[in-house]
Structures are given as C-alpha cells and as structure tokens.
Design a protein around this ligand. Sequence first.
Ligand code: DC
Length: 216
Amino acid sequence: MASFVIAVDGPAASGKGTIATRLGRELGLPVLDTGLLYRAVGVLTAQAGGNPDDEAAAGATATRLTADLLADPALRTRTAGELASRVAVHRKVRERLLGFQRTFAAQPGGAVLDGRDIGTVICPDAPAKLYVTATPEIRAERRWKQLEGQGEAVAYADVLADIRRRDARDGARDAAPMVAAPDATLLDTTEMTIEQAADAARRIVEAARARWERSH
Ligand code: DC
C-alpha cells in the first residue's frame, strides 16, 4: 500500500508544528519537522566559521548533515531560525536535503512532515495537505511566548520584525518558495486556540484519508 503522507506547510509560528505533532500522535505516524534540517545547516555553517549566505559553504554543511544532529536545543533559538531562513534560499542546500525528507516520507504506513515546501516540492503527491496561516502579529505573539518559555528574553517588536523578514525571504526566494500547494486546504488559526486548530486539522485529514482509502 502507498504511504499516507500528511504535508503541513505554512509560515513561522502559524501552529503547523504543534498540529503536525498532534496528528502524528493521534494517527501513530512519525513526524519530521523539516525546519530543523535548515536550522541545523545554518547553525553548523556559522559554527564552522562559514558564511550562511554563501551557497558553497552552506551546501557543504548540508552534505554532512545527519539525523542525530537534529535534537540539539540550540536549533530552537531565534538566531537559528534566522540562519535557517538564510541558508534555505540556496538550491544546493535544498537539493541535498531532499533525499532525507523523501526517504522519511516513504516509510510504510505514512508520515507527517511540516515545513514550507512539503506539499509543493518534497511530496507533491501527498494525499493530505494543509497550509496553516495566521496574521504576523498573532504569530509573533506566540513565538515571543515560546522564546520566553525557553528563557530567551526578547522584545515583542523584534520578534514581529523577525517574522516579517522571514516571511518575505521565504516567500520571495526562487528555490521552492513558501506558497500553498493548489490542492492544499487552508487553515487560518488566527482566531483559534491550539485545541481548535488541532481539531480542524484532524477533520481535514480524516476527510483526506477517507478519499485516499476509497482510491487505494
Ligand atoms: O519552520 P521553521 O521556523 O523551523 O523554519 C526555519 C526556516 O527554514 C524557515 O524560515 C525557512 C526554512 N525552511 C524551508 O525553507 N523549508 C522547509 N521545508 C522548512 C523550513
């Protein structure tokens, strides 16, 4: 049987990570936060003294990336998010991370992947696709609270500026820009609690699963 892949795309702090984690837990599917791959490439490139804006330097790091490097809490910081967005513009980086993501998606039974280009580039045939959004202001508020919880003190206005800058860079790049797949279901979580967003996502996926099972 083909694997049931759930693609959860959307901008930073839209709720896609929490939604992906919950869907994975409820359906018993493995989850890959693909942002961590770009975060790791960004952080490791900078740590090695390389320039994240240099395609060759970031591309070389992407070749060396292994799954065990993804658990580092340093990848969750604000700096790591910015570095990730910078290395993510490079085609070489994206190409080198493609195989890892597709192998993960091809696991028997299926998988959940969250990111920016899962439904468009990594798994264009995924039977379930969500594009999760929220206003920049509400996303900044969520990210600000999350950073505070991690002990990273930062002004709300700076987090909002980060979010806007990353949205602009991720959406405007030539290589796999952040965009909703034409067949993705849009889920705007601006006015939703996380419980409501997770419930809405579950209903979308249940409907997609029923369609998929009829055709397999
Ligand atoms: O989801 P995140 O905030 O951890 O992602 C960090 C950056 O990585 C994001 O600004 C753009 C990049 N990214 C990407 O280009 N493609 C993905 N599939 C996931 C993340």
